[in-house]
Design a protein around this ligand. Structure first.
Ligand SMILES: [Zn+2]
Length: 261
């Protein structure tokens, strides 16, 4: 529950810890400060509305039920279009222009970006980190699925580069939030993880705060600490507010981001 609190690595100085609170007509755990700072932004993490969250695209839910749930999500958030993809723990981030109303499923990708109002970006997570990048000048956004493999492959840097290339966003003006994910006290790792992430690990250390790693990489990429925040929510030890893969759950929550119409 305490990112950086005694876990490894230490959360960089100046990075804010926030506790998203549930709210809205469609239940979303939202970054409260961002709802004020970015009133044009739809953002948050949800376990779904009435009927649950399993959107069924890659599971056992009947297609008609799954599609109805995606429609419920779009209508509940007032967003005509939503994009999702089969997530493969890679570093591919897809940029989206205008879309027809409805659900669009992209080819294998773990991140999405857009500057078009009405396009809702969606990634599913259940311990991995949902990473939201916001460039307020244009505005433009990117939403990434950050597990250790994707972070090691460079998905954060790919998302930042995409915002720079597509929307002219300077890294020092980008805001970043790491949403609900497994905390550094709960996340046991094997020796291959720090090797892939290229971080030195103290002897005997077998747990990792991936959100702290992401914050460190964001700093290295040019995002200032005062624009970086991490959620205090742990999917594993947080009292059941969120699904946890390590906790034995098969379900996943959905993190979403979009620019209001
Ligand atoms: Zn935990």
């Amino acid at each position: 529950m305490r990112p950086g609190g005694g876990s490894f690595p230490t959360l960089p100085a100046g990075v804010t810890v926030v506790t998203e609170s549930a709210g809205g007509g469609y239940p979303l755990h939202q970054h409260a400060e961002w709802t004020v700072a970015f009133p044009w932004l739809v953002q948050g993490t949800t376990r779904g509305g009435a009927g649950g969250l399993d959107m069924g695209l890659f599971g056992a839910v009947p297609a008609a039920v799954a599609l109805a749930r995606w429609r419920q999500l779009r209508e509940g958030l007032g967003m005509p279009g939503v994009v999702h993809a089969r997530q493969v723990h890679g570093a591919a981030v897809v940029w989206h222009g205008c879309l027809p109303p409805g659900l669009m499923v992209a080819d294998d990708a773990d991140g999405h970006g857009t500057a078009v109002p009405g396009v809702l970006l969606a990634v599913s997570v259940a311990d991995c980190v949902p990473i939201l990048l916001v460039a307020r000048t244009r505005p433009a956004i990117a939403l990434l699925h950050g597990g250790w493999r994707g972070v090691a492959a460079g998905i954060l840097e790919a998302g930042i580069s995409l915002l720079t290339e597509q929307a002219g966003a300077e890294p020092e003006l980008i805001h970043l939030h790491c949403g609900p994910a497994i905390c550094g006290s709960c996340y046991e790792i094997g020796p291959e993880v720090p090797v892939a992430l290229d971080i030195p690990v103290p002897a005997g250390q077998s747990r990792l705060d991936l959100r702290a790693v992401i914050a460190m990489r964001a700093l290295a990429a040019g995002i200032p600490a005062h624009r970086i925040s991490v959620s205090s929510h742990c999917t594993r030890c947080g009292g059941g507010q969120f699904w946890s893969h390590r906790g034995g759950c098969r379900e996943r929550q959905l993190s979403v981001a979009g620019i209001r119409c």
